[in-house]
Design a protein around this ligand. Sequence first.
Ligand code: AHR
Length: 494
Amino acid sequence: MTTAKIVISPEEPIAIINPNIQGHFAEHLGGCIYDGIWVGEESTIPNIDGIRTDVVEALRRLRPPVVRWPGGCFADDYHWRDGIGPRAERPRRVNLWWGETIESNAFGTHEFLRFCNLIGAQPYICGNVGSGSPRELRDWVEYCNFPGESTLALERGANGSPEPFGVQYWGVGNENWGCGGSFCPEDYGAEYKRFATYLRGFGDTPLYLIACGPSGNNPDWTRRFFDKLGRFARINGFAAHYYCRTAGTATEYSTDQWYELLHRALRMEPLVVQQRAILDGYDPERKIGLIVDEWGTWHPPTPGRHPRHLWQQNTLRDALVAAMTLDIFQRHADKVVMANIAQTINVLQAMILTDGPRMLTTPTYHVYDMYQTHQGGQSLRTRFEADEIVFSLEGNAARLPGLSGSASIKDGILTLTVVNAHATSAIEADVALRQGAWSGGSVITLTDDDIHAYNTFEAPDALVPVEAPSEVHGAQFRHTFPPASVTAFRLRVA
Ligand code: AHR
């Protein structure tokens, strides 16, 4: 094998990486909200106003920029008034999409905004288009944001929050091609205009309105939606969804299935490039931000768990999917303004798993921790040259880059993140900086001899990153990237 090359070009800045690219998503689904975030003030599990203290502390560490809530499919069957006022009087509803679980509404608008405040994230509320009305959604905005003395603002005060919440990000429906109303793009375009017409910024809070984009990289939805939208300008973001459906199960997979899932993760790159190119045709000045507000791995139901609660383990393979996807967003910092991994706790590609009073952080969590210094950095053009991995996909030979990653610089610190997707081979690479020089820093590595490694409640630190000082000086160094690894360098640059 030849020595691989990584060449970083500070003279080719791409764009500032929007911190919102490392955003989150929490839905009323399975154990995400109840047990995962909300245990109630009476719980023996330590909590702050009903919200788990351990979860707050773990999430705060990641500097989460934004959390999307309450769904997902749940959003288009959620009526916000159910979740305000005295908890004992809130109605109990059936969660239609997620196992017909009884929704107590104990966690509503105030609780969500308290949670965001505790973890230091901006809220992103997804409104109900499918079974709601423009009036219901405009009232929710007024309830949250109006600074004056309207009946809704006074009601917010009576419910404990006299100051406006200042919620900026509002989604106008979720997956409106499916669970959000089964619309065709033209009908959703018409509904979007009807709803958005009545959504207004109040006080110091301008609204950032987000329209539902396609399932995956579907150009048809995007073109037909924007054709229908015409010159209507009350739109700030357009959000696609993309999930990597499993090869194998969450914890059991062959080496080819390891590669297959990583290969699927790479489909995010054409999605971002092609969807942005279509948007550019309608919005050449890029006033409308491309968002991916649901993404992640989606494995088959875990035996012994409710199949509609989407609980799944999270292995080293998921960590590599997270790393490769964040690297794609960071390489395309000029195109992507926000992304929200699905979902924060106990659902799909979670950061955190809980079991009663116990909590663990997943390998995906550790990737977010390792990548946090990219937030707000200047993304730099970076070339990765390594032998491709050839593997068997449905009987044919398929290829995957051996090394991939991204680089950014902020406050004199260069962050370089690199994935070695090879299941068994280390890759030695020369890492070069085309302008300036390094003067030491640190290197953090997440890897394991077993590509199936994951954390359990009995061994919550089985798979954690290892940090070491890095003594690299000058403009070039050689590094060996272990097989199946994610590496983050944080190096001072002069
Ligand atoms: O994240 C789980 C579900 O996936 C969401 O509710 C929905 O929007 C998507 O289909």
